[in-house]
Ligand binder design. Structure first.
Ligand SMILES: *[C@@H]1O[C@H](CO)[C@@H](O)[C@H](O)[C@H]1NC(C)=O
Ligand SMILES: *[C@@H]1O[C@H](CO)[C@@H](O)[C@H](O)[C@H]1NC(C)=O
Ligand SMILES: *[C@@H]1O[C@H](CO)[C@@H](O)[C@H](O)[C@H]1NC(C)=O
Ligand SMILES: *[C@@H]1O[C@H](CO)[C@@H](O)[C@H](O)[C@H]1NC(C)=O
Ligand SMILES: *[C@@H]1O[C@H](CO)[C@@H](O)[C@H](O)[C@H]1NC(C)=O
Ligand SMILES: *[C@@H]1O[C@H](CO)[C@@H](O)[C@H](O)[C@H]1NC(C)=O
Ligand SMILES: *[C@@H]1O[C@H](CO)[C@@H](O)[C@H](O)[C@H]1NC(C)=O
Ligand SMILES: *[C@@H]1O[C@H](CO)[C@@H](O)[C@H](O)[C@H]1NC(C)=O
Ligand SMILES: *[C@@H]1O[C@H](CO)[C@@H](O)[C@H](O)[C@H]1NC(C)=O
Length: 562
C-alpha cells in the first residue's frame, strides 16, 4: 500500500491550472508545445529572454549564489518563464508581477505552460509581465534535489511512510518506535543531500526574487502567491519591508505556524468544507451525486457509517492490510480543495462502500517540497507524548480530517533543518505598501482565520473574503475578486475591511452535466480525455489524473474570452 497523501507534500499540493480547468470550453485539440531544453541555456545575471514552449511564453535562466553570504559556495540556475506584457516600452507598462503557485515544491514553469499565466493577463491586465519560476531545488531549476536513486527505493520509502505517519489513537502505542525511525532517517538524508538542500530555504527564494526584480531594473517587488506562496510572500515582506510595491497572498498560511511546523490552524475549516460537499450533493440529486441521500444530514450519516468502517480498519486493501484512516483522510482532503472535484469524491465514496479501494492505493512520488518544508521550519524535538498531544489538538479542530495533517509534523522529526535561515519575527511589520490578503469562507487547508491572523502581522494590510468553498481564490472565477486585484495592482487601492466577493456562478454548477470533471481515481484518465498530465507536486493532480484535454480546454476558454 502506498498513499501519496500521507506524505506531507500533499498538505499544500496545489495547481491553479486544475482550478481553471473547470471554467469550461469546447476545444479538444491539444496545443502545440515545443519541448524546451533548459540545460542548453546559459544561466546569466541579466534576464535574457528567449521564446520557449509556445507563443507568447519566454524563458531564461537566472544565476544566483547558493549562499548569499558566501559567493564561493557555488551558484544555482533558476528556471524563469514569463508571459510578456503587450504594452512594453509604453507609458502604461508596469513591469513584472512574480507568481508562486504553492507547494512548497510547486513548479511555476508548469503553471505557465498549462495556461495560468494567460489567465492572469485577463484578470489583471496587459500592463504587466507575468513572471514565474521553479524555486531552488524544484523541477527545472538546478542543482536539482534528486531524492531517490531509483523508483524501487522511492516506492519502498513511500510505503514505510504511509504506515508510520498515521497518528490515529488506536495505534498510539507504537508511536515511540515509529518516531525513533524518523530520527534515524534524518541524518541519512542530511548526509545524502548536504549543501544543495541546505540552501533551498524559503528565505533564499525571497532573496532570489529580489535579485530578479533588480535585474529587471525595478526596485520593489510586485507579487502574487497562493497557498505556500503566501509564506513566500509574507517572508519576503518581513525580510524586505521596504521593497514591497504590491503583494497579494491568496489562501493564506500563517508564517508563524509554518515556521513552527504547526499545521493545526490550517484545518479549522476542513470539516466545514466536507459539510459543504454534503449540502451540494443533497441539492444536486441522486443522478448527479453518487453519494446522495435526501438531505445533507442523511449524507453526513451515510459518511459517518463509512468513516466508522475506516477508523475501525475494517475495509481491507489486501488480505492483511486495512485502509487506515490517515490514508483515507489524506486522500479525501486534497480533493476537497477544488469543488469541481466533488462529483469525483462522491463516486469514490460510493465505490468505497462497495469495498473498492483503488483510489486509496495510488502510487506517488516524493517531491522536493517535502524537504523544503521540513528544512524551513524549526526542528521538531517532540517526545511521543508531545506528538500525541499535538494530534489531540488537531483532532479537537477537525473531526473528519485530522489524519491529513497531524503526521506532517512528525514527518520532519530528525530531518535537517537550517540553523540560520530567516524564520521571523513577523511582528507588526510596516511595509512600503500594505499587503492584500484573500481568504475563502471555507478553505479546507488555508482557513480564513489564518488570513486574518496573518493580516495582523502586517500593518495596513486588508483581508478580502471570497465567499466560496475551496482552496484559493482562483478555484472559481469571480469578476469581483478580479476587479479588486486589478485595482490593487494598478492603483494600489485596498478593499474596505470586511469586503466580501461572490463567485460569478453558484457552486452547485459543479454537479451539472456540463461540468468538466477530472479522473475518478488513481491514474485513471478523466471522462473527457486521454493521458494523465504531470501532477504538480504529485498532489491531488497526480492522484486523480489530469488529462491534456482538460488543460487544453482550460487554455481555449482563456483564449476565447480574451
Ligand atoms: C462553446 O460552444 C457553444 C456553442 O457553439 C458556445 O455558445 C459557447 O460560447 C462555447 N464556449 C466556449 C467557452 O467556447
Ligand atoms: C540539452 O542540452 C544539453 C546541453 O546543451 C545537452 O547535453 C542535452 O543532451 C540536451 N538534452 C536534450 C534532451 O536534448
Ligand atoms: C552561508 O555562508 C555563511 C558565511 O560563510 C555561513 O556562516 C553559513 O553557515 C552558510 N550557510 C549555509 C546554510 O551553509
Ligand atoms: C438514506 O438515508 C436513509 C435514512 O437514513 C437510509 O435508510 C438509506 O439507506 C440511505 N440511503 C443510502 C443510499 O445510503
Ligand atoms: C481537546 O479537547 C478536550 C475536550 O474538550 C480537552 O479536554 C483537551 O484538553 C483538548 N486537547 C488539546 C490538546 O487541545
Ligand atoms: C488567531 O489568533 C488568535 C489570537 O492570537 C488565536 O486565538 C487563534 O487561535 C488564531 N487563529 C488561527 C486560525 O490561527
Ligand atoms: C485607478 O484609479 C483611477 C482614478 O481614480 C480610476 O479612474 C481607475 O478606474 C482606477 N483603476 C482601477 C483598475 O481600479
Ligand atoms: C481516448 O482514446 C480512445 C482510444 O484511443 C479513443 O477511442 C477515444 O476517442 C479517446 N477519447 C478522447 C476524448 O480523446
Ligand atoms: C516540470 O516542468 C516540466 C516542463 O519543463 C513539466 O512538463 C513538468 O510537468 C513539471 N513537473 C512538475 C512536477 O511540475
Amino acid at each position: 500500500m502506498s498513499a501519496l497523501s500521507l506524505l506531507p507534500i500533499t498538505v499544500l499540493a496545489l495547481s491553479a491550472s486544475l482550478a481553471i480547468a473547470q471554467e469550461g470550453g469546447n476545444s479538444t485539440e491539444a496545443p502545440e508545445i515545443t519541448p524546451f531544453n533548459w540545460t542548453s541555456v546559459e544561466a546569466t545575471t541579466d534576464l535574457q529572454w528567449q521564446d520557449c514552449y509556445m507563443p507568447p511564453l519566454q524563458c531564461t535562466r537566472f544565476s544566483v549564489p547558493l549562499n548569499y553570504s558566501n559567493p564561493d559556495a557555488g551558484d544555482a540556475a533558476i528556471a524563469v518563464i514569463r508571459v510578456p506584457s503587450s504594452l512594453p516600452d509604453t507609458d502604461e507598462y508596469r513591469g513584472p508581477i512574480f507568481f508562486n503557485p504553492g507547494g512548497p515544491g510547486g513548479s511555476g514553469i508548469n503553471e505557465w505552460i498549462t495556461g495560468t499565466g494567460l489567465a492572469f493577463i485577463e484578470w489583471i491586465g496587459p500592463e504587466y509581465d507575468f513572471v514565474t519560476f521553479d524555486p531552488r531545488g524544484v523541477n527545472n531549476t538546478t542543482p536539482a534535489i534528486q531524492i531517490f536513486d531509483d523508483p524501487e527505493e522511492e516506492a519502498a520509502y513511500i510505503e514505510s511512510i504511509s504506515k508510520s505517519v498515521d497518528l490515529s489513537p488506536d495505534i498510539w502505542d507504537t508511536l515511540p518506535e515509529r518516531l525513533e525511525d524518523y530520527r534515524q532517517y534524518g541524518p541519512e538524508i542530511n548526509e545524502k543531500f548536504g549543501d544543495i538542500v541546505r540552501h533551498s530555504t524559503t528565505d533564499n527564494v525571497a532573496r532570489d526574487m529580489l535579485a530578479m526584480v533588480e535585474a529587471y531594473g525595478f526596485e520593489k517587488l510586485q507579487y502574487w502567491g497562493i497557498s505556500y506562496g503566501s509564506v513566500l510572500g509574507s517572508t519576503f515582506a518581513a525580510m524586505f519591508p521596504d521593497k514591497v510595491e504590491r503583494i497579494v497572498i491568496y489562501g493564506v498560511i500563517s508564517p508563524i505556524g509554518y515556521y513552527n511546523n504547526d499545521w493545526e490552524k490550517t484545518v479549522v475549516d476542513a470539516d466545514n468544507g466536507l459539510l459543504s460537499f454534503f449540502e451540494l450533493c443533497a441539492e444536486a440529486g441522486a443522478e448527479l451525486c453518487a453519494f446522495h441521500n435526501s438531505t445533507a444530514e442523511e449524507i453526513q450519516e451515510r459518511y459517518n457509517v463509512l468513516y466508522e468502517r475506516v477508523t475501525t480498519r475494517s475495509i481491507m486493501i489486501s488480505n492483511d492490510t486495512p485502509l487506515g484512516p490517515a490514508t483515507f483522510e489524506s486522500t479525501i482532503h486534497p480533493v476537497l480543495y477544488w469543488p469541481h472535484q466533488f462529483p469525483a469524491i462522491a463516486r469514490t465514496l460510493a465505490s468505497l462502500e462497495e469495498g473498492i479501494t483503488e483510489p486509496f492505493e495510488a502510487e506517488s512520488a516524493v517531491s522536493a517540497g517535502t524537504i523544503i518544508r521540513c528544512l524551513d521550519a524549526d526542528i521538531v524535538r517532540d517526545t511521543p507524548e508531545e506528538l500525541i498531544e499535538y494530534s489531540e489538538g488537531v483532532r479537537n479542530i477537525t473531526k473528519y480530517l485530522p489524519g491529513a495533517v497531524d503526521g506532517a509534523r512528525m514527518y520532519c522529526a530528525g530531518w535537517y533543518t537550517n540553523p540560520d535561515n530567516f524564520r521571523g519575527p513577523f511582528n507588526k511589520k510596516k511595509t512600503s505598501h500594505p499587503l492584500l490578503l484573500i481568504g475563502n469562507t471555507y478553505d479546507v487547508v488555508t482557513s480564513l482565520s489564518e488570513a486574518h491572523n496573518t493580516s495582523a502581522l502586517f500593518e495596513g494590510s486588508v483581508v478580502l473574503t471570497y465567499d466560496i468553498t475551496g482552496h484559493t481564490s482562483i478555484a472559481r472565477a469571480s469578476d469581483c475578486v478580479h476587479a479588486y486585484l486589478r485595482g490593487y495592482f494598478i492603483n494600489g487601492t485596498l478593499p474596505e475591511e470586511g469586503t466580501i466577493c461572490q463567485p460569478n456562478n453558484p457552486l452547485i454548477d459543479v454537479f451539472s452535466a456540463n461540468t468538466i470533471e477530472p479522473g475518478t481515481g488513481a491514474g485513471e484518465d478523466g471522462d473527457n480525455g486521454n493521458g494523465s498530465g504531470d501532477g504538480e507536486d504529485n498532489g491531488a493532480l497526480g492522484q486523480f489524473g489530469l488529462s491534456w484535454s482538460y488543460l487544453y480546454i482550460a487554455l481555449s476558454a482563456v483564449f476565447v474570452s480574451l
